[in-house]
Design a protein around this ligand. Structure first.
Ligand SMILES: [Zn+2]
Length: 347
């Protein structure tokens, strides 16, 4: 019975209310995503064994933090959607509840940070939606309204974290997160993503600006890469950069649309591959106070649920994922990385 409790090291932040952000037409970012994850974890007997953190966050506090990463105009625009149906852009629908669900998703990220910073837990998975990494300072886009990872980073700063990594393995580039921290040297953004692809950003040479120069790290990838290639990139590029930066906190924009079954993606990662790179992220910086995984994309329900489960088992130390073989040549990506991130990758 005691050994079973090691999974209690992993905390979950979830609320049924996240299911109330609903499309009024067929759309891949819909409540079935979270529903299937929770269902799958229940069927596997994991759900009741995880530690669940209630979202007891004052909405005013979340709004204050949102004002640090979004313009007042943006927040007013999202608030203005309350009670109606519509679209912000071709991809991004809203329904009467969207504004308050998005606020609750940001609050979930805030809750995860306070639990870690108070030392109550050191690994949290935030199972929230709508996702956040495309939400820029002034715009909702790409299914995203509020940037949950960015809000989490600001909360951690407020609670004394000096430097934070946001690492993003969603297949899409987190343009919003990049933009918000582009001129900052205290929040390092590291992203692997398909390129060229939506939203069009994330080239090697987008490295930050001003004192943030060098603190945005983009590794753009061709399609069809698999577990072995991702493993190499996270071992040989992410790990040395993360070790040198030595973060107090690591926030993972955990999107699972690079899964081989994903309808939007066209990468070849398996659930084992997601578990492996998550394990690398956790092992890279053992001195960090904690690791907060925040759900971003992932649109094949089976691939999404299985990947989240394997990542949670890995976070709990109950699974040791296997390293896969490399099947595609990524010499050019490694070469370009050495060139653009030379200061990080040499001693
Ligand atoms: Zn995505």
């Amino acid at each position: 019975m005691q050994s079973e409790d090691s999974i209690k090291q992993v905390s979950i932040v979830y609320d049924d209310y996240f299911l109330e952000h609903k499309p009024f037409y067929s759309h891949p970012e819909n409540p079935a995503r979270l529903h299937s994850i929770v269902n799958f974890l229940e069927i596997n007997g994991l759900w009741r064994r995880l530690k669940h953190l209630p979202i007891d966050v004052d909405k005013e506090e979340t709004l204050e933090l949102l004002r640090l990463v979004h313009s007042e105009h943006h927040i007013e625009l999202v608030e203005g959607t309350a009670g109606s149906y519509g679209n912000i852009d071709a991809d991004t629908y809203y329904c009467p509840e969207t504004h308050s669900v998005a606020l609750q998703a940001a609050s979930a990220a805030v809750r995860a940070v306070s639990a870690v910073m108070y030392g109550h837990t050191n690994k949290v998975f935030v199972l929230a939606r709508p996702p956040g990494h495309h939400a820029t300072f002034s715009e909702a886009m790409g299914f995203c309204f509020y940037n949950n990872a960015a809000v989490a980073a600001e909360k951690a700063k407020k609670m004394g974290a000096e430097n934070i990594i946001i690492v993003d393995y969603d297949i899409h580039h987190g343009n919003g997160t990049q933009e918000i921290f582009y001129q900052r040297d205290d929040v390092l953004y590291f992203s692997t993503h398909r390129y060229p692809f939506y939203p069009g950003t994330g080239r090697f040479d987008e490295i930050g600006e001003g004192k943030g120069k060098g603190f945005t790290i983009n590794v753009p990838l061709p399609s069809s890469l698999g577990d072995g290639e991702y493993a190499k990139i996270y071992e040989e590029i992410y790990t040395p950069i993360a070790q040198k930066f030595s973060p107090d906190l690591v926030i993972v924009s955990a999107g699972f649309d690079a899964h081989y079954k994903d309808p939007l993606g066209d990468m070849r990662l398996t659930e084992e591959g997601f578990a492996y790179i998550s394990d690398i992220i956790i092992r890279a910086t053992p001195k960090a106070k904690g690791f907060i995984f925040i759900l971003e994309g992932g649109y094949n329900l089976e691939g999404l649920s299985e990947s989240v489960k394997e990542v949670i088992l890995t976070m709990a130390g109950l699974k040791k994922p296997e390293r896969a073989r490399i099947t595609n040549n990524i010499d050019r990506i490694m070469f370009e990385s050495q060139r653009y991130f030379r200061d990080w990758l040499t001693n």
